[in-house]
Design a protein around this ligand. Structure first.
Ligand code: 13P
Ligand code: SF4
Length: 319
């Protein structure tokens, strides 16, 4: 702990020295989220991270999260230096949607509007008409459906299926999944609910349909935190990465939060619902990135220009 305290002080000093700001996702370690809060940075969902980074006047953005978040920040702010604690932090959705195969899928369906989840590479975004995050996905698809458009959606099949159900849009889905959310089990949530019948169930829609169907509220990380505050229930069962408990518990200090089970027998598995790539962000590599300028995100001009269009559509979209 004293080593951590020294690291925290070093990071605070380096952030100032480089006119840098820390932008952290809700799934990163508590210490990183706290540091972002204390230093005037932000702790947010993927959409708010993108907005915050694009608006901020810092010279350097330090993005604690996964690679697509750093790339998005760089595409939106090419004049800023964007550093990440590690460039190894990817996402199973990004990995499961390679650029070439995705391009072939799009080529095979030229009549469809291409909408991709933010959890994709810059190259995949460059091929899209729209980028969306989970907090505005339903609204954007609703809007496109109203214009009579048919959708090609990638990469998350669970989120895509959820949006399809909510909107009734004609959507062709890529077959990708989040390895973290896919582990939640409906049986486990039902068993926990039978022990705590008054608990509300909060679910991120990257989870399987059977789990989402048990939700009182399904939504992005920021929407789930908001729901935790607004719901009258004193107990909440939460099906998303456990990193969210830091901010959620701050938001509802008197409520009891339960991790949704990742095993069918109702037992909670403390190590399962945590993204291995988010977990790669630590105080040590964060300090090193600032000290050495390591983990810098680069996006070529050609890719940036193409990927900026669907990203700008997302940021300018008003439901
Ligand atoms: P949010 O946009 O809800 O923060 O989700 C990002 C993510 O990677 C969820 O797994
Ligand atoms: Fe990707 Fe899932 Fe990790 Fe989010 S939690 S970054 S969707 S692997």
């Amino acid at each position: 702990p004293s080593e951590d305290a020294a690291r925290v002080e070093e990071i605070k000093r380096l952030l100032k020295a480089h006119n840098a700001v820390l932008v952290a996702h809700y799934y990163t370690d508590d210490a990183i989220q706290q540091l972002a809060e204390e230093t005037g940075g932000c702790v947010a969902d993927s959409l708010e991270m993108a907005r915050f980074g694009a608006r901020h006047e810092a010279d350097t953005l330090v993005v604690a999260g996964v690679r697509f978040m750093g790339e998005t920040a760089k595409i939106l702010s090419p004049e800023k230096r964007v550093l990440m604690p590690t460039l190894e932090a990817t996402c199973s959705l990004d990995v499961g949607c390679p650029e070439d195969e995705f391009a072939a899928f799009c080529d095979a369906h030229p009549d469809r509007t291409v909408v991709v989840y933010a959890n994709t590479s810059a190259a995949v975004k460059a091929r899209a008409d729209w980028v969306v995050t989970s907090s505005i996905a339903v609204d954007v698809i609703e809007h496109l459906k109203a214009r009579g458009e048919k959708i090609l959606w990638a990469p998350d099949k669970h989120l895509g299926g959820y949006i399809q159900k909510q909107t009734g849009a004609d959507m062709l889905l890529w077959d990708g999944a989040c390895i973290v959310h896919e582990e939640f089990k409906a049986k486990g949530v039902e068993d926990l609910k039978s022990v705590y019948p008054d608990a509300a169930v909060l679910v991120h829609p990257e989870s399987p349909e059977a789990v989402v169907s048990l939700a009182d509220v399904a939504g992005s990380t920021s929407q789930l935190i908001k729901a935790a505050k607004e719901l009258p229930n004193e107990q909440l069962i939460v099906a998303t990465d456990r990193g969210i408990f830091f901010k959620m518990q701050q938001a509802v200090p008197d409520k009891t939060l339960f991790e949704a089970p990742t095993a069918g027998n109702g037992a909670t598995c403390r190590s399962c619902a945590h993204c291995p790539w988010m977990a790669m962000n630590a105080l040590d590599n964060l300090a090193a990135a600032l000290r050495e300028g390591s983990g810098e995100i680069q996006v070529s001009d050609a890719l940036r220009t193409q990927a900026l269009k669907p990203l700008t559509r997302m940021l300018e979209f008003q439901a």
